[in-house]
Design a protein around this ligand. Structure first.
Ligand code: FES
Length: 80
């Protein structure tokens, strides 16, 4: 699975760094290094959305640092 967090300036200001930290922690805690291909990209052209753009295999979602853990549990873990 390809998991991607936008680190463009707009998402950066909304806290994409925190989302990345949460995802990295979750990957570590659950030993998912070989199952999740985690990366960061520049502006995903969704800046108008309120949260940070996260994509899973190309599908775009909106995540804020407060919901990042929940998001990972619900949208990533069940599908790997
Ligand atoms: S900076 Fe993330 S969508 Fe534009």
């Amino acid at each position: 699975m390809k998991l991607n967090v936008c680190i463009g300036s707009s998402c950066h200001l909304k806290g994409s760094y925190n989302v990345i930290q949460v995802f990295q922690k979750m990957i570590e805690e659950n030993s998912l290094h070989d199952k999740v291909e985690f990366s960061a990209t520049f502006c995903a052209k969704q800046c108008q959305n309120p949260g940070i753009t996260v994509s899973i295999d190309g599908d775009k979602y909106n995540v804020v640092p407060e919901t990042a853990r929940e998001f990972f549990k619900n949208k990533v873990m069940p599908f790997i």
